[in-house]
Ligand binder design. Structure first.
Ligand SMILES: *Cc1c(COP(=O)(O)O)cnc(C)c1O
Length: 376
């Protein structure tokens, strides 16, 4: 059996080496390292894949979120509602822009932001909602857009973990996660579902005026060369990273299917155990692209299970071990513990198993056998 990795980028690279190397070589041959044709090609190809009018590449997913919020013109003191159970980048940029983060609880079943909690948190100062499509599963965007419309709020999708996932609407139509809100962000960090070989990110929007504003913000607030109309940032996707991404984009659907296939096998082996709650998903659908495969362990020692797996050479991780409302940087006297029952429960129960595009059946069997051996 091949050594088990949390994310096996090496095996993936070996299969696509010819394509990726050729794409990188083109950049080297033309020395167009910054804003070269590869960046533009990738942008156009991603716009087509997502069916969105504007993709604006930038340096990473955290910048993408920050720039999206700057583009909307949010002002210090504006309240922005986001999930308590996510990676810190989401709340970090809200705080950095001196907006007021309002963390709210999530659902137990899909671990995405709770609609009831959003509704409860809305005040006259609320300006935006930031749903995170956590672990690769699209949040209920139809309902979130409805709440936003009723209260005249912006929706910024943090789509760092769910590129390629579909949201299904009640009329049966589908749209890609990341093209439904007013603006969205994604990350091309190497381990993400569409990862480059360094840092990268992008902003998506269907709003022409907002796209124009954001294109200036990513480039020092310049709309005409050396005329700085707004305070901007320097945030670019470099051409070498765009070359990698452009070579990998045609494989994204296949990669996401491979992740779903691995998740089905995990679910089949673990789904019936009394101490395990497996992620539920539509096996024929594409609402979940399994950035992470995350179990809940109930009435059993999750941390001892983790140690057991690590001892057997199986990487695993707790995403996320501490609720954001309990993090030193984000504590706020307005938060009450009883407002976060689900997040407080999830941080104790979750464990993420290896998930990537190259998982082999013997590896999955060894992992699931090891989990069951510990839980009996
Ligand atoms: C990875 C991630 C980010 C940040 O992306 P970077 O490219 O690492 O800056 C933001 N939000 C979520 C939910 C993420 O998983």
């Amino acid at each position: 059996m091949k050594k088990i990795q949390m994310v096996d980028l090496k095996s993936q690279y070996e299969k696509i080496k010819t394509k990726v190397d050729a794409s990188i070589q083109e950049v080297l041959d033309t020395t167009t390292y910054i804003n070269g044709p590869k960046v533009h090609e990738f942008q156009k190809n991603l716009e087509q894949y997502l069916d969105v009018k504007h993709v604006i590449p930038c340096a990473n997913g955290t910048d993408a979120l920050q720039i999206a919020m700057m583009g909307l013109g949010l002002k210090p003191g504006d309240e922005v509602i986001t999930a308590d159970f996510t990676f810190a980048a989401t709340v970090e940029v809200i705080a950095l822009l001196q907006l007021t983060p309002v963390l709210v609880d999530v659902n137990l079943d899909d671990m995405n932001i709770s609609l009831d909690a959003i509704k409860k948190a809305i005040t006259p100062k609320t300006k935006a909602i930031v749903p995170v499509h956590l672990f690769g599963r699209a949040a209920n965007m139809e309902a979130i857009m409805q709440i936003a419309k009723e209260h005249n709020l912006y929706v910024i999708e943090d789509n760092a973990q769910a590129i390629g996932a579909n949201c299904t609407f009640s009329d049966g139509s589908k749209k890609k996660a990341g093209v439904i809100g007013h603006v969205s962000s994604t990350s091309f960090f190497p381990s993400k579902n569409l990862g480059c070989y360094g840092d990268g990110g992008a902003i998506f929007t269907n709003d022409d005026a907002l796209a124009h504003t954001i294109r200036g913000i990513v480039n020092h607030g310049m709309y005409v060369r050396y005329h700085h109309d707004v305070v901007g940032v320097n945030s670019r996707l470099d051409s070498l990273q765009a070359a990698v991404l452009d070579a990998k984009l045609p494989l994204l659907n296949e990669y996401n299917s491979a992740r779903r296939g691995a998740a089905s096998k995990y679910n089949a082996a673990l789904g019936n155990h009394k101490n395990i709650i497996t992620p539920s998903f539509d096996e024929n659908g594409d609402d979940h692209v399994f950035h992470q495969y995350t179990l809940r362990i109930i009435d059993a020692d999750r941390d001892a299970l983790m140690q057991h797996l690590l001892d057997k050479g199986i990487p695993c991780a707790i995403y996320y071990p501490i609720p954001l409302h309990s993090q030193k940087a984000y504590v706020d006297s307005r938060y009450k513990e009883e407002d976060f029952p689900v997040t407080n429960q999830l941080v104790k129960e979750v464990i993420s198993l290896p998930m990537h595009t190259e998982l082999e059946d013997d590896q999955i069997k060894f992992i699931t056998d090891s989990v069951l051996e510990f839980l009996k």
